[in-house]
Design a protein around this ligand. Structure first.
Ligand SMILES: C[S@@+](CC[C@H](N)C(=O)[O-])C[C@H]1O[C@@H](n2cnc3c(N)ncnc32)[C@H](O)[C@@H]1O
Length: 261
């Protein structure tokens, strides 16, 4: 990521996203989607790293439901990490759930520190998938897993005008890549059993429901919280996103890869 002088996820954005996606979440699907991402993988006693933990929803859900040994959430925005730690305290998991701010770039952990590296919809912000995959591989113990979800592109090269319009409307620092780039990056790092499970159909429906919720039942409350202009801009983002979900250029995807024993 480039230098970030502005917060990408400020208070208004956090309020809006939590209203649509649930307490602690800056990504779709809430705790149910975290359960689908992790599936029946046994995390008991596991040491878990959550890359791009945001305000902690996923990490805290894992801490509450999967009996891990320890969950470490990292994010580049101090305010998010702070909120995540507050939520962990509120949910009584702060003994095993810690959050820390990191600088963009190499993961600041010793080799072989984690049994599982998890990430939900955050790698999109990290442009160099090859360096990241290599870095995840290094911090994982042998036979450890990367388990996560992310927003991938359904195209190689330049985005269409519709996709560019969506990216511009989001205003986020996106580093989108295709499934084949992710596959190559995981393979090049040394991972095996790479699984890429495309979730476009699920999110196409979900995004429509979210958009209708924003423009309907949530509208008055959110106008009071974030203001009408901000809310209307975000509804426009959803409209633009639905176009590129329908075209298949934006592809939410579950990802898994194993570091050999
Ligand atoms: C869409 S949000 C998802 C947050 C959280 N995983 C969730 O599901 O609610 C993306 C997150 O990635 C974080 N992020 C962006 N670049 C990052 C980087 N280089 N390292 C770690 N986190 C990063 C952002 O600050 C943001 O919190």
């Amino acid at each position: 990521m480039g230098d970030m002088l502005e917060l990408e996820y400020d208070e208004d954005m956090i309020s809006l996203l939590e209203a649509v996606w649930g307490e602690g979440f800056l990504s779709p699907g809430g705790t149910e989607e975290v359960d689908r991402v992790v599936g029946n993988k046994d995390l008991s006693q596991a040491s878990i790293l959550d890359i791009g933990c945001g305000i902690g929803g996923a990490a805290i859900h894992l801490a509450r439901t999967r009996q891990p040994g320890r969950v470490t959430g990292i994010d580049i925005e101090e305010n998010l990490v702070h909120k995540a730690q507050e939520l962990a305290n509120k949910k009584n998991v702060s003994a095993i759930c810690h959050f820390q701010r990191v600088d963009p770039g190499p993961l600041p952990f010793q080799p072989c520190s984690f049994d599982v590296v998890f990430s939900k919809d955050s790698i999109i912000h990290i442009a160099d998938k090859f360096s990241l995959a290599k870095n995840i591989y290094e911090v994982l113990r042998n036979d450890g897993w990367f388990i996560g979800s992310d927003w991938l592109s359904g195209y190689e090269g330049e985005p269409s005008p519709q996709m560019q319009a969506y990216i511009d409307a989001e205003g986020l620092d996106f580093g989108l890549a295709s499934a084949s780039t992710y596959q190559e990056a995981f393979n090049a790092a040394g991972f095996v059993d790479v699984e890429i499970d495309e979730r476009n159909a699920w999110y196409r429906n979900q995004a429509r429901a979210e958009r209708d919720n924003l423009a309907g039942p949530l509208y008055e409350r959110l106008v009071a919280q974030v203001g009408e202009d901000f809310l209307n801009r975000e509804i426009d983002v959803w409209d633009k996103m639905i176009i590129v979900l329908d075209s298949g250029e934006l592809r939410p995807t579950h990802l898994r890869a194993r570091k050999p024993a």
